[in-house]
Design a protein around this ligand. Structure first.
Ligand SMILES: Cc1cc2nc3c(=O)[nH]c(=O)nc-3n(C[C@H](O)[C@H](O)[C@H](O)COP(=O)(O)OP(=O)(O)OC[C@H]3O[C@@H](n4cnc5c(N)ncnc54)[C@H](O)[C@@H]3O)c2cc1C
Length: 504
């Protein structure tokens, strides 16, 4: 079988990151790329999370790309449908539709050192594709996961995961359980109590809940943003610096963390009068250690006559419902699992084989690491969006993504301009970077003792960036080629000492 001509770039995933990368590639004059998306539509997170109440916790002005401003956001914070509309509009505005290859699930990536090419393999019988560079934009929260609860398969009622909402199921008159009290659950519960006969919310840990005031954007503001784009840019800057200041209390365990906790406790006191319920809803860990929950609707919903908070741990699921450890069986027509995602903190989302047959999931078996979260030594010309230690605790994921995308597209441009077969980050540079990151993580709230999806079972934090968004973006502002091993002729690899060091 003859090989198809290699692409300049293969992008995996058609969410915000994949689309942002595609836009920046085009703006840098690179058009020979394809976006491989396993689904049949664009949108990633915002295509999949359509549960009632699904919304973003970050103001839309900041949860959008600076290179694709949207003067028409309807509210301060947007719901999932409006965000999806924004993503779709970028695809049209920047002419990306023809670059999409839908229904292509990438199952393997393998680097051919001699040719300086990645082989991209798909499920089914689709032909392989070859690419000089690969951008893995498959998303940190793309794979819904059911909890590992005993008896989950024995339950005979209806099961729904928050990320795969069943819009055909009528909740009216139904007895419903919600398992989980994280970011999705606190958005779902206020909507479900309006529809269902009863809702029982199963809480393992109470989270820190802060108020969220969502205002409609008036037509004058929209007109201003449209006519004078600088006003929108200023509004974005204001939100950006507001969130940066919050980092002082959320990222690090400082006296300002107490201020965040005071706001959370005051919110709880204002909205929940019953002291017993208040006690059940009071977190026992430092604010910021787990994701902060932003809602003014959750506590009132919990106190509706048809809603009840259950804090006894779940022992098992039974054919009719949920049995808690004190032996009570709660019967339900439907169980909603707001239990999050299969987040790969160890291993990789897709098997990736690099130089000399190295397997990235083996190297990451105890926890993922990368250089500045985007590149891994031994895996040349391959870049990650939302890679290890790029998680924001206090700001918009898109601010971090923009910085990654600019760095990545500069690297791709360099490979093409210099006709490189290999742009591989140096191992010593990567090791120094990660030693520093892990040391800085020690003083953060995430590493202050609570269990969260940010940490591996051994307590290794491969998820979050220990700093301000400004610092994260600053480190990625320039591609420094001294950090990399470059090769334009693969046959000479391994002959230079710096390269031998890089692969050892
Ligand atoms: C309910 C919810 C609320 C959130 N709220 C916020 C918030 O308030 N603020 C914030 O900053 N972030 C939030 N996030 C995080 C959010 O995931 C990111 O902000 C962002 O949308 C991630 O974009 P992405 O493109 O990296 O990943 P995704 O949007 O997940 O897109 C990845 C794409 O890759 C595709 N894909 C995956 N594997 C493969 C494969 N093997 N082959 C081909 N295609 C593949 C998927 O189908 C998907 O379309 C939220 C996430 C969720 C789930």
């Amino acid at each position: 079988m003859s090989k198809s001509a290699p692409l300049d770039v293969a992008i995996i995933g058609g969410g915000f990151a994949g689309i942002g990368t595609a836009i920046r590639l085009k703006q840098k004059g690179i058009t020979d790329f394809a976006i491989f998306e396993r689904d049949t539509r664009v949108g990633g997170t915002w295509r999949d999370n359509t549960y009632p109440g699904a919304a973003c916790d970050i103001p839309s002005r900041l949860y959008s790309y600076s290179f694709a401003p949207n003067p028409d956001w309807s509210h301060t914070y947007s719901g999932s449908a409006e965000i999806l509309g924004y993503v779709e509009s970028m695809v049209e505005e920047f002419g990306l539709r023809n670059h999409f290859r839908f229904g292509h699930t990438v199952t393997n990536l393998q680097f051919d050192e001699e040719a300086g090419l990645w082989t991209v393999t798909f499920d089914g019988r689709k032909p392989k594709v070859f690419a000089r560079s690969v951008v893995v934009a498959s998303g940190p929260l793309a794979n819904a996961s059911l909890p590992n609860i005993k008896g989950i398969d024995t339950y005979e009622g209806h099961k729904v995961h928050s990320a795969k909402w069943d819009h055909d199921y009528d909740f009216a008159g139904k007895k419903v359980a919600v398992v989980g009290t994280g970011a999705s659950a606190v958005q779902i519960v206020p909507e479900l109590v309006k529809q269902a006969e009863s809702v029982k919310v199963f809480q393992r840990t109470a989270g820190w809940v802060l108020p969220r005031v969502n205002r409609r954007t008036n037509s004058v503001s929209k007109m201003l943003y449209r006519q004078f784009p600088v006003t929108e840019s200023l509004a974005r800057q204001a939100w950006f610096w507001g969130h940066e200041s919050v980092a002082l209390g959320v990222v690090w365990n400082t006296p300002l963390t107490r201020v965040v906790e005071t706001v959370g406790k005051a919110h709880l006191r204002a909205q929940v009068k019953d002291p017993w319920l208040r006690r059940q809803l009071t977190p026992d860990f430092r604010a910021g250690c787990k994701r902060l929950l932003m809602t003014s609707d959750y506590y009132p919903a919990l106190q509706k006559d048809n809603c009840k908070l259950i804090t006894w741990p779940i022992a098992t699921l039974s054919p009719k419902g949920i049995r808690t450890v004190e032996g009570i069986e709660h019967q339900f027509d439907c169980i909603v699992f707001a239990t999050g995602f299969d987040v790969s903190k160890t291993g990789t989302p897709i098997p990736i084989v690099g130089r000399h047959g190295r397997v990235l999931s083996d190297e990451w078996s105890k926890g993922a690491y990368a250089y500045k979260s985007v590149a891994v030594s031994g895996y040349p010309n391959l870049y990650l969006t939302f890679g290890p230690n790029s998680g924001p605790g206090h700001s918009s994921a898109l601010v971090y993504m923009e910085a990654q995308i600019d760095y990545i597209t500069d690297a791709v441009r360099t490979v093409l301009d210099k006709n490189l077969t290999m742009l591989d980050v140096r191992r010593d540079v990567q090791d120094r970077y990660n030693a520093d990151i892990q040391q800085r993580l020690e003083s953060t709230t995430w590493n202050s003792g609570c269990q969260s999806w940010y940490l591996t079972e051994d307590g290794f934090n491969a998820t979050m960036f220990p700093g301000f968004a400004t610092q994260y973006a600053h480190q990625l502002r320039k591609l420094d080629l001294r950090d990399f091993v470059l090769a334009s002729d693969a046959t000479k690899l391994g002959n230079r000492p710096s390269e031998r060091a890089a692969v050892s």
